[in-house]
Design a protein around this ligand. Structure first.
Ligand SMILES: Cc1cc2nc3c(=O)[nH]c(=O)nc-3n(C[C@H](O)[C@H](O)[C@H](O)COP(=O)(O)OP(=O)(O)OC[C@H]3O[C@@H](n4cnc5c(N)ncnc54)[C@H](O)[C@@H]3O)c2cc1C
Ligand SMILES: Cc1ncc(C[n+]2csc(CCOP(=O)(O)OP(=O)(O)O)c2C)c(N)n1
Ligand SMILES: [Mg+2]
Length: 576
């Protein structure tokens, strides 16, 4: 079959089984858009800003495990996509981003809408390609999908000069079934001897702890993780990216760890003697002061990326491999082992953990006449039966979502952890809703974040993706305000938004429903009403307590056991 470059792009997407492509047209990709016009298999979602395209594709990818696909034009189209590419890169999300480029002969001549996007994105993609020969186009796209989705996933960019897609030049087309890349061979199977050593160490533990992260979600290993944790009867904590990898409502789950983790999770990290890290990368929000990280623990680390091992914290038993397979092998070795666990020590450890837990570190004022943001998230959790897909933006609301929406299932919690990209939540929710049309999708956001990609409300209307936007409107860039309160003697430098739009009118202007909620008693009815409006996007503008802070908090440079607690919780501890 002879096809033009533009037709090859579209045919490759079909052969790859791509359902949706998120994009925005422009001169350098017009040939591709013309080829898209002539078919119905790959559905194009027209966003309103290229950042929105990358986040929507990212939300689709996070919630399905399939790669998200983006198509943007050269120059500003491509540079607008960079924030979304970097967002996906930091959280290891598989994206294939196709960018138009000026024709090959004029590259480097400051041609109209020329930007060196291969150079610009080099530090924030897993890999990128500039296509120089139309006969290599199909193979390059195949490689892009292969690299994006295997090993440690990540975004791959394919830059396609306009002359490569010229409709007049046709070449034979065949989509390769597989590709092999000599310098790229992800290591999938964990080393048997390392697994045996890890099993022995786990069985000898007196104060064990499991710390699991985004790798468990990315590797679809929640089942194996749950089986292992129950088999050993160990306490388990999740990173922000790992939430849902182990059921949050289970007794063995001690909550999220790190900067805004629970008291019991962080204290258990500090005091444990054996730490099993699974698909987590010892991020600074998690470790706190590195020198005092798990001071008495021997550490086992399972990760697919050898570059993650001992990157920030030196580990004792590294196991490089695909998390699901390694956990399955570990379970097998543990079951076959004759070594007995020290059940008395384990039971004393659980008593200690329960004492920490009894402090109820996430308590907040339930009698307030103002709407507490935590209350809104709790009510959303109850109203949706804990089954919704929840996207978020970045700030205090993101932390309250993580703390108060108890994720029992993987891939339901969709947020930007590594880059912390405000503007992520709304477009990501659109991508999630397209992938799961029957599911409830909520976007928990703040009045500052939502304004960063607000234009995607138009996309939500065009493609009938009814989502519920839960705006925790505290009038401040709350997370910034909190840091200024704690570290800059309450000098609130430019963290107050003097002009906030009327979100109800704004939602209506975009063709959606807007609701403004001012009293605690109105919270649940408003949520119920929004959920009843199944086919509509509803913007719920909750006027929340402007001074509420996120607790507990490990401030910069502090260790796990040096948490700042909510005022009421701290006062009680002093008394005890
Ligand atoms: C305002 C704000 C506050 C934050 N506060 C906190 C906080 O309190 N607590 C917290 O935890 N985070 C917090 N974060 C998030 C933090 O910045 C990091 O994004 C997060 O901690 C990283 O999670 P992770 O270690 O699970 O790694 P991820 O970024 O999810 O990385 C996954 C790891 O798993 C590996 N992996 C991937 N696939 C596989 C596979 N198939 N098999 C094996 N390994 C695999 C990867 O190589 C990588 O090492 C915050 C972020 C923001 C924006
Ligand atoms: C694109 C971008 N710019 C700046 C920041 C820094 N930042 C982190 S949280 C935050 C405030 C967010 O305010 P809002 O969306 O209202 O959420 P709140 O903290 O009030 O819940 C800012 C400015 C960021 N994370 N992303
Ligand atoms: Mg705010």
């Amino acid at each position: 079959m002879d096809l033009s470059g533009a037709e090859i792009v579209v045919q490759c997407l079909k052969d790859e089984g791509v359902e949706y492509i998120f994009g925005y047209p422009g001169g350098a990709v017009l040939h591709i858009y013309d080829a898209l016009f002539k078919q119905d298999d790959v559905k194009h979602i027209l966003v309103r800003h290229e950042q929105g395209a990358t986040h929507a594709a990212d939300g689709y990818a996070r919630s399905t495990g399939k790669p998200g696909v983006v198509l943007v034009t050269s120059g500003p189209g491509a540079t607008n996509a960079v924030t979304g590419i970097a967002t996906a890169y930091m959280d290891s999300i598989p994206l294939v981003v196709l960018t138009g480029q000026v024709p090959l002969p004029v590259i480097g001549s400051d041609a109209f809408q020329e930007a060196d996007i291969v150079g610009i994105t080099r530090p924030c993609v897993k890999h990128n390609f500039l296509v120089k020969d139309v006969t290599k186009l199909a193979e390059t796209i195949k490689k892009a999908f292969y690299i994006a989705t295997t090993g440690r996933p990540g975004p791959v960019l394919v830059d396609i000069p306009k002359d490569i897609t010229d409709p007049r030049i046709k070449v034979p087309y065949e989509y390769p079934r597989s590709v092999s890349i000599r310098s790229y061979n992800p290591h999938l199977k964990g080393h048997r001897w390392q697994i045996k050593k890890a099993a022995d160490l786990l069985l000898s533990a007196r104060r064990p702890m499991i710390y699991s992260g985004g790798g468990v979600i990315l590797g679809n290993a929640a089942e194996q993780l749950t089986e292992l944790t129950r088999l050993l009867n160990f306490p388990i904590t999740n990173t922000l990216m790992g939430l849902g990898g182990y059921p949050a409502t289970d007794r063995q789950f001690v909550g999220m760890l790190g900067m805004h983790g629970t008291y019991e999770a962080n204290m258990a990290m500090h005091d444990c003697d054996v730490l099993l890290a699974v698909g987590a990368r010892f991020d600074d929000r998690v470790t706190g002061k590195i020198k005092e990280f798990c001071p008495g623990a021997k550490i086992i680390h399972i990760d697919i990326d050898p570059a993650s091992i001992s990157k920030t914290v030196r580990v004792d038993i590294p196991i490089v491999g695909e998390v699901g397979g390694v956990l399955a092998d570990l379970i097998e070795v543990l079951r076959a082992s004759e070594r007995q666990q020290d059940r008395d020590a384990l039971s004393a450890w659980w008593d200690q953990i329960d004492r920490w837990r009894s402090m109820e570190c996430l308590r907040y004022d339930r009698n307030s006449t103002l709407i507490k943001p935590q209350f809104v998230v709790e009510q959303l959790y109850e109203a949706t039966g804990g089954k919704a897909y929840v996207t978020s933006d970045v700030g205090q609301h993101q932390m309250w979502a993580a703390q108060f929406y108890h994720f029992d299932y993987p891939r339901r919690w969709i947020n930007s952890g590594g880059l912390g990209t405000m503007g992520f939540g709304l477009p990501a929710a659109i991508g999630v809703k397209l992938a799961h049309p029957e599911a409830e999708v909520a976007c928990i956001t703040g009045e500052a974040s939502i304004q960063m990609c607000i234009q995607e409300l138009a996309t939500a209307l065009q493609y009938r993706t009814p989502i519920k936007i839960v705006n925790l409107n505290n009038g401040y860039m709350g997370m910034v305000r909190q840091w200024q309160e704690f570290s800059y003697e309450s000098r609130y430098s430019h963290s107050y938004l003097e002009t906030i739009p009327d979100f109800v009118k704004l939602a209506e202007a975009y063709g959606h429903v807007g609701l403004r909620i001012e009293k605690p008693a109105e919270v649940r009815p408003a949520l119920e009403e929004a959920l009843r409006l199944k086919d509509r996007t509803v913007f719920l503008d909750f006027q929340t307590d402007p001074t509420e802070n996120v607790y507990p908090m490990i401030e910069a440079g502090k260790a796990h056991h040096e948490m700042r607690l909510a005022p009421g919780v701290a006062a009680e501890r002093e008394l005890a």
